[in-house]
Design a protein around this ligand. Structure first.
Ligand code: SF4
Length: 150
């Protein structure tokens, strides 16, 4: 079962979108310099379709996108929530994965970020970053990482 620690409405994680970013716990990665080590623990509230609908009832009119931050231990559950959003809303759906390869369910998302955090290379806003953000559309992907460098 997915759980989340907290959420926030953010403006920079996904270019041109106002995003409800949901921080999923039980992260399987161990990035050196991790910005949120508490997300490695299996803590927080249940994140299922009902919980998501609850968040959207509060914030749905303020946002254009929902981004799942993490969830690599249960990708199928993240995919289920993406399907739920596409079926019941017009919101864009994004996934920030810490894996280094495209997730199996990438085609269910409008945006996918891949790559663990490597302190020496920096995050998405660093020109030396190993991380990439892709726009996904009709089965094809476009690397839009350079949108963070302007
Ligand atoms: S993926 Fe994110 S939360 Fe997980 S260890 Fe790496 S930086 Fe921390």
């Amino acid at each position: 079962m997915l759980k989340y620690y907290n959420y926030d409405i953010v403006f920079q994680e996904i270019p041109d979108e106002v995003t409800l970013a949901v921080n999923i716990t039980n992260c399987p990665h161990r990035c050196v310099g991790c910005h949120s080590p508490h997300l490695r623990h299996n803590i927080g509230e249940t994140l299922d379709a009902a919980a998501l609908d609850g968040l959207l009832s509060k914030y749905g009119k303020q946002i254009t996108c929902v981004c799942f931050m993490g969830g690599d231990r249960q990708p199928k559950d993240v995919a289920t929530l993406a399907r739920h959003l596409h079926q019941h809303t017009n919101l864009k759906v994004a996934w920030y994965s810490g894996n280094d390869i495209m997730p199996r369910y990438a085609s269910l998302f409008d945006y996918v970020k891949i790559g663990g955090y490597r302190e020496e290379l920096g995050g998405l806003n660093s020109r030396t970053t190993n991380q990439k953000l892709f726009r996904v559309s009709n089965g094809s992907t476009e690397d839009i990482t350079n949108r963070f460098w302007r």
